[in-house]
Ligand binder design. Structure first.
Ligand SMILES: Cc1cc2nc3c(=O)[nH]c(=O)nc-3n(C[C@H](O)[C@H](O)[C@H](O)COP(=O)(O)O)c2cc1C
Length: 139
């Protein structure tokens, strides 16, 4: 069974809601999901997972959240090997440029990104369906 870590930062709950849908989708697809706030994730446990969904909203000026999520990302991006990784998050002020930058950074680091999902504000039914589809690619 594929064990998937869904690791996220969320200030107002939108990315957290997406993380929950991804966790549900992993379970529905027959995998095992752990949905974890980034501040609670022990980076020494990366080996315990087969795949990762990493979530962070657009913060700063089209950037990852700098206090907790960006340091986490910089620590793990070179350690993920060829494990499947999906990136997701919510945005509100622009058109999703932060995800383009994040994807490019992941490609530079050799991360095996199998899917990405961006969602305007709080996830609606379409975003929920997208989160479930993304989850199936990790299982
Ligand atoms: C300090 C701050 C910076 C933000 N910067 C951006 C940004 O650069 N681009 C954007 O589209 N949205 C930006 N937003 C909006 C958030 O990405 C949006 O509200 C998102 O839904 C928050 O997700 P969360 O509920 O998971 O925290 C910013 C919000 C805050 C509070």
């Amino acid at each position: 069974m594929s064990k998937v870590a869904v690791i996220f930062w969320s200030g107002t709950g939108n990315t957290e809601a997406l993380a929950g849908f991804i966790g549900d989708g992993v379970a529905e697809a027959g995998g095992e999901a752990e949905v974890i706030q980034v501040s609670d994730f022990d980076t020494s446990s990366l080996d315990a997972y087969d795949a990762f969904a990493l979530g962070c909203p657009a913060m700063g000026s089209e950037e990852l959240e700098y206090d907790e999520f960006e340091p986490f990302w910089n620590e793990v991006k070179g350690e993920l090997g060829d494990k499947k990784v999906a990136l997701f998050g919510s945005y509100e002020w622009a058109d999703g440029e932060w995800m383009d930058t994040w994807k490019a950074d992941a490609a530079d680091a050799g991360v095996n990104v199998v899917d990405t999902l961006i969602c305007y504000d709080a996830p609606d039914a379409e975003a929920e369906a997208g989160a479930k589809t993304l989850a199936t690619k990790l299982v």
